[in-house]
Design a protein around this ligand. Structure first.
Ligand code: NI
Length: 185
């Protein structure tokens, strides 16, 4: 089942998502649906609040970064209850997009590496450092669980220039190729 994707203006994207308990009913089905939704929307990652679920979960398929980083060819992971422990490394700029901000792409500066603790689908705990492209995507998806969007990193001027585009998204005046949930007015 594909979820409609929540977009800018939906309050769920501004709330801190809640921890998942190990015996949560239907979790593996939710993860399956998240993959299906992400692939159909051509996303590299998808966080649960973007699927309308206020829980701490995101999925990432890093294979689109494999041209520059071949080891990402088979990178496909679900992150449950992630906890960001440290951001390190030199900052660099990447042009980011987000399924919840259709038709907007902007340069965002972030540190290179992120250390996170998380559980995988089998509820096995991991503590790992991710850098480069995946480090970037994890930081972006993790932000979704904290109620943060990449536009929050932009300068006030850049944000002002995006204002009307953002208003359009919040009113549902946008037509991405995937199904969205129009925020309630
Ligand atoms: Ni996003």
């Amino acid at each position: 089942m594909k979820y409609p994707i929540t977009v800018y203006g939906d309050p769920i994207l501004r709330k801190r998502a809640e921890d998942i308990s190990q015996n949560m009913e239907g979790l593996s089905e939710i993860i399956e649906n998240m993959w299906e939704t992400m692939y159909y929307a051509d996303g590299v990652g998808l966080a649960a609040p973007q699927a309308g679920l206020p829980i701490r979960l995101f999925v990432i398929d890093g294979s689109s970064g494999a041209e520059e980083e071949p080891e990402l060819k088979d990178f496909r992971k679900a992150f449950i209850n992630p906890e960001r422990l440290e951001l390190t490394g030199e900052k660099w700029v990447m042009n980011e997009g987000c399924l919840s901000l259709p038709e907007i792409r902007e340069d965002v500066t972030r540190p290179d590496s992120v250390r996170i603790k998380y559980f995988d689908e089998n509820f096995i705990e991991h503590d790992e450092v991710f850098s480069g492209f995946i480090g970037r995507v994890i930081q972006h998806e993790y932000d979704h669980l904290e109620g943060k969007l990449f536009i929050d990193y932009l300068s006030p001027l850049k944000k002002r220039l995006l204002k009307s585009k953002l208003n359009d998204i919040a009113r549902g005046n946008v037509q991405p190729h995937y199904k969205i949930k129009i925020p309630v007015k």
